[in-house]
Ligand binder design. Structure first.
Ligand code: NDP
Ligand code: 13P
Length: 332
């Protein structure tokens, strides 16, 4: 059966995945939903997304592109959700559980749905009755900007249905994209959410003046926090050093392209949350995740000093300089 893939979202990661899908040689039909009608007209006319990855001139092929989400979802059998988690409920407000029935729903989102405090898989399962077997997750250390430049990158596709994950991975692989497959949807999602908080921490530390030596200690502690948390939520045998976990943490904490690190750096330098968000024009998921994880961890009570420190800076207005100094006393 010919794969029909729908992309829901019009940001940088959506644009990068559209590029992968269109550079991949397997025959497929691509459908694309975004809310911005001016961008839709621009893409139809000039084959570039005017607002995201525009500097790299990512070429968009002839695509079925529309702002009618129901039409786009009904046309496809693989639906990639790719808006920041904070906007997922609004994006899917006119979508019914019936619309997702019999389709594979792929989350490319690395975030938690606010208010619900659920990872995307749990949210889809509870609100749209999508069986867990029909949920796929795209993760791994991979910035959209490097995809645009065709720099070698590795993605992990996770699903309980490993055969579906393997097939979907085969639609993404290209000369510059290699893929791994995993069955750990819960660990993969939570690790991707948490690394955004640690990338914010990394940026804050850089912003207040800590150097590479401390950064290495921070990230060594961060991977242990991730390990403790995913083991508490979903205790299976996994190697936390795999690229979907440790690799994603490293790239987000260190890369010049990371939205979360950039956001944290501004906070460390004294910007308010509002002004940092306005300056960026892109979404740092770690900001929302810090609050959601604070709530979720009330249930699990995992020791997470870095996550707690980021929450204190972003939501309790603690001074970054003081909060990070207190944190240094808790790391080893
Ligand atoms: N960028 C990357 O390298 C990677 C991102 N991800 C994940 O992909 C997901 C999407 O992020 P990314 O593509 O980077 O996002 P961007 O910051 O590039 O784009 C933001 C997106 O959010 C939309 N948006 C902004 N405000 C609203 C709103 N109020 N209501 C509805 N939609 C809104 C924008 O639409 P509009 O343009 O119309 O304003 C745009 O589509 C995130 O979960 C991220 O963690 C995962 C791996 C890599
Ligand atoms: O998940 C990512 C890279 O793997 C993207 O991280 P940022 O949102 O911080 O850029």
């Amino acid at each position: 059966m010919l794969a029909k893939v729908a992309m829901i979202g019009g940001g940088s990661w959506a644009t990068a995945i559209i590029k992968m899908l269109s550079n991949n040689i397997k025959e497929k039909e691509i459908f694309w939903w975004m809310r911005n009608t001016d961008a839709i007209e621009h893409i139809k006319k000039y084959h570039h997304n005017p607002n995201y990855l525009s500097a790299a001139e990512v070429k968009i092929p002839e695509t079925n592109i529309s702002d009618n989400i129901s039409e786009i979802i009904s046309a496809a059998n693989y639906i990639i959700l790719n808006v920041p988690a904070a906007f997922l409920k609004e994006t899917l407000k006119d979508v019914e559980p019936e619309d997702f029935k019999g389709k594979k729903i792929v989350s490319a989102i690395k975030g938690i749905v606010p208010d619900e405090n659920q990872i995307i898989g749990e949210f889809l399962n509870e609100k749209f009755q999508v069986p867990f077997e029909d949920i796929l997750v795209i993760s791994g250390p991979c910035h959209a900007e490097e995809v645009a430049l065709e720099k070698l990158s590795y993605l992990t596709i996770a699903s309980i249905d490993v055969e579906a994950a393997t097939y979907f991975a085969s639609l993404l692989s290209t000369r510059y994209i290699k893929t791994n497959v995993s069955d750990d949807i819960f660990g993969t999602e939570y690790a991707a959410v948490l690394k955004n908080i640690y990338a914010v921490a990394s940026g804050i530390c850089h912003g207040v003046g800590y150097g590479d030596n401390f950064q290495a200690v921070l990230i060594s502690n961060a991977i242990r926090e991730i390990n403790r948390f995913v083991n508490a939520v979903h205790p299976i045998s996994r190697d936390i050093k795999e690229s979907a976990y440790l690799g994603d943490l490293l790239v987000t904490a260190y890369s010049q392209f990371s939205r979360n690190r950039t956001f944290g750096n501004m906070i460390g330098k004294g910007y308010t949350v509002k002004s940092a968000q306005l300056e960026m024009n892109m979404i740092a998921e770690g900001y929302y995740a810090a609050s959601c994880m604070h709530v979720i961890n009330k249930k699990y009570k995992v020791d997470m000093p870095i996550s707690r420190a980021v929450y204190a800076v972003l939501y309790e207005k603690h001074a970054p300089q003081i909060e990070m100094a207190l944190l240094t006393e808790q790391l080893s």
